[in-house]
Design a protein around this ligand. Structure first.
Ligand code: FAD
Length: 471
């Protein structure tokens, strides 16, 4: 494509990568000079009385940014980092219930200032259609900028799907079957091939560093642990694109995918599941890259139930993203996707979520957060979550169910605590899974309540997990 613009800004959001980044490719194709910017995470408070982002999460993103800066430098480019990401005073959970969209973020203010300083009209970035992220774009538009957005961290392009976004089936199984059956010649619709690196190996444009905009933040000590299932204090597990691509390559050259379905419910360790999620969440890795590596693995080592199940789980991720696009702010409301009448009149015991959340107490919530409940198994998991920023899927389900159905914690408070702790926090998957377990999301059974003793006996029969995290 001919270069038509003199200068544009590329804003890295949840896409801290050069590979498979169509928006970045477009920015470079359409302009002579690209100013690359991104943001760190600030320490704003949530409405629930704690900081929005843990040091763990800040540090993991910081690693991703450092890697991105290095990768750009290798192409003769620079990266400006705005440290004050989200100065929106309310979280997405409160925005959904309010009509006030007047807050501008300071990242946004910085981008606008940079655009004015350089006489830039066009911003390129990935599209994120959740309320807070949409609000950021609205602020850029209100400042007279043109925002070129691309949905690019999904498996499928919109026009590949056999339904419109508004008609995406709410039930995961219906969605999966539609996707799997829409192409009679293959098992699935195949995602497009991932794009190679957006930048040419030989630097063609050099941007002067803008040190006045870039501020280095020295983060405090980060609580890492040798017990972690994702020890991101070690270079192999750093949050950058380099480590992500290395991990994909080593995972799929091993035999681990062949047994994924048998091990994925384990509670702890480096190998029981793929561990792709932290890199996916910050966009250091694209899902299409994983899909392609999975296909290559199947060609070389054979396809089985386990390899299929890796794709199956990626479809869960895809479905939650589509649900967020379909329902927008509704996913952040107390009643989620349910109409108030549906929640109040329900007779099914699993669907008592509305009265559950009205029984929320700070005391119960704090006991859960700090791992001081009456259940040692739950306490162990909550300690692991807080200390390491990572938790197995099985334990996420168990602690979420315990919070919602046993302690009667407002599911949105639980989701906010996960947002604080998780290095792989992803708004779509987090909100979607919490709402699902609470019975206000897409679960056709109206919510999931786990029997904690049974889960403990099944998944930690000798109590070793509990001992590992007893203090
Ligand atoms: C209450 C709750 C909150 C969650 N919050 C998040 C979150 O903030 N960010 C996040 O990435 N995942 C979240 N999950 C989903 C899931 O727990 C993690 O994706 C998974 O544990 C990450 O480990 P992995 O990469 O080894 O997953 P694997 O088991 O190896 O799965 C491969 C990939 O499939 C996707 N995937 C797997 N399970 C799910 C699922 N249930 N929902 C959506 N995608 C899935 C992920 O992208 C994952 O990386 C949450 C689950 C629950 C029950």
């Amino acid at each position: 494509m001919a270069q038509t613009l003199e200068k544009v800004i590329y804003w890295f959001r949840q896409d801290l990568r050069l590979h498979d980044n169509p928006a970045l490719t477009q920015a470079h194709a359409m302009s002579q000079t690209v100013l690359h910017v991104t943001h760190g995470l600030t320490d704003e408070e949530t409405q629930w009385g704690f900081k929005r982002h843990s040091l763990n999460r800040q540090q993991f993103r910081r690693q991703g940014i450092d890697g991105l800066r290095q990768a750009l430098q290798n192409h003769g480019q620079t990266l400006v980092v705005f440290e004050t990401y989200s100065a929106i005073t309310a979280t997405a959970n409160t925005i959904a219930d309010s009509t006030d969209t007047s807050n501008a973020t300071s990242t946004i203010a910085s981008i606008i200032a940079l655009a004015h300083q350089h006489n830039i009209k066009h911003i390129f970035c990935e599209a994120l259609e959740t309320p807070e992220e949409e609000q950021q774009v609205q602020s850029l538009l209100a400042a007279g900028l043109v925002v070129n957005r691309y949905i690019q961290s999904c498996l499928y392009e919109d026009n590949q799907l056999p339904f419109s976004i508004e008609d995406t089936p709410d039930m995961f199984t219906a969605f999966r079957q539609a996707v799997e059956n829409s192409n009679p010649y293959r098992k699935n619709i195949q995602p497009l091939s991932p794009l190679a690196h957006a930048l040419k190996a030989t630097p063609t444009r050099v941007i002067k560093p803008m040190s006045t905009q870039a501020t280095e933040v020295i983060l405090g000590a980060v609580p890492t642990s040798h017990r972690s299932s994702f020890p991101f204090d070690q270079p192999k597990w750093f949050g950058d694109e380099y480590a992500a691509l290395q991990h994909v390559s080593s995972y799929f050259s091993s035999q681990l995918p062949q047994t994924y379905k048998l091990t994925r419910n384990e509670l702890t360790g480096l190998n029981y599941s793929t561990h792709f999620s932290p890199w996916l969440a910050h966009g250091a890795l694209s899902p299409r890259t994983i899909w392609q590596a999975l296909q290559k693995h199947e060609l070389k080592h054979g396809a089985n139930d386990s390899t299929y199940w890796i794709g199956f789980e990626l479809l869960w991720r895809e479905h939650f993203r589509l649900m967020a696009r379909k329902y927008g702010a509704a996913l952040f409301r107390k009643n989620g996707l349910k109409k108030p009448a549906q929640t109040n009149q329900s007779r099914r015991p699993q669907e008592l979520h509305a009265s559950h959340s009205s029984a929320h107490t700070n005391a119960n919530f704090q006991r859960w957060q700090t791992g001081e409940t009456d259940q040692l198994f739950i306490n162990a998991a909550m300690r692991e979550l807080f200390t390491t920023g990572f938790l197995s899927n099985r334990l996420r389900q168990i602690v979420a169910s315990y919070a919602i159905h046993n302690l009667r914690i407002d599911w949105r408070a639980g989701a906010a605590w996960f947002e604080h702790c998780l290095i792989d926090y992803d708004v779509h998957s987090n909100q979607g899974n919490w709402a699902y377990i609470a019975g206000v999301g897409t679960d056709p059974r109206g919510g999931r309540q786990f029997n904690i003793d049974k889960q403990m006996k099944t998944y930690d029969p000798d109590g070793s997990y509990q001992k590992r995290w007893q203090a």
